[in-house]
Design a protein around this ligand. Structure first.
Ligand code: CA
Length: 238
């Protein structure tokens, strides 16, 4: 099986930018096209939802403050048509509470404006590197009464199927590979988000919260995704 990589023609990854600041769109477009991505852009939330539905991008960069809709509503509508696509929300520094709401609405990650385009590109490249590494014969992961199907971005628990986002799948995969050994937050951040040390690890913690809601009987007192204080997390599979 050959997997198209980088800037190689027909296999180019497609990034949808939903953002109403023309200078920012221009900067992102230049940097991402230079990296070999195909870019589509929308300045309105409604237009972004339509592009996400009709043109099947591989990743979405979503501004929180748009002229016609707020980013949360846009994110929810995109999630309704594509539950697994990676969505990175672009928020302003003063919108701390909004980050939490954004993650509730289904965004997996966020960057705070003003951000370094270099760091954002690193995160996007990390997502696509990991997507490429998924092997065709990958097995399922059984965690208690839950069976996770990484390639389908789904889990089944007590007869109910739930969609998993890109970050949820990757985090479970990484913890499962360690077979019960603790994995430091910084390592999770570097391997999955593609960013190192100085960045906030809150994105990791938020994905953990979402996973516990899907997997644990009692998400407030988790049995399977266990916090190791001062370090990170480990996965208890039985
Ligand atoms: Ca805006």
């Amino acid at each position: 099986m050959t997997v198209p990589s980088g800037a190689a023609g027909a296999g180019r990854r497609r990034v949808l930018i939903i953002e109403d600041e023309p200078d920012l769109v221009r900067g992102l477009r230049d940097a991402l096209e230079f990296e070999g991505f195909e870019i589509m852009a929308a300045g309105l939330g409604r237009e972004g939802v339509t592009l996400a539905r009709d043109r099947g991008p591989d990743l979405v960069l979503l501004d929180l403050m748009l002229p016609d809709m707020n980013g949360f509503a846009v994110c929810e509508e995109i999630r309704a048509v594509n539950p697994v696509i990676p969505v990175i929300m672009l928020t302003a520094r003063s919108q701390e509470n909004d980050k939490i709401r954004g993650l509730e609405a289904g965004a997996d990650d966020y960057v705070t404006k003003p951000f370094s385009i270099g760091e954002l590109v690193a995160r996007i490249n990390a997502i696509f590197r990991r997507l490429q590494r998924i092997t065709p014969r990958e097995e399922e992961i059984t965690i208690g009464t839950t069976v996770v199907y990484p390639r389908r971005h789904e889990l089944v628990r007590r007869g109910k199927t739930m969609a998993l986002s890109f970050y949820e799948v990757e985090l479970l995969r990484l913890l499962a590979e360690r077979d019960g050994q603790p994995v430091p937050r910084e390592e999770i951040l570097e391997k999955i988000w593609g960013v190192s040390s100085n960045s906030s690890t809150r994105g990791v913690d938020n994905v953990i919260v979402k996973l516990r809601r899907k997997i644990e009987d009692n998400p407030g007192d988790p049995r399977h995704i266990v916090t190791i204080y001062g370090t990170g997390y480990k996965l208890v599979m039985d």
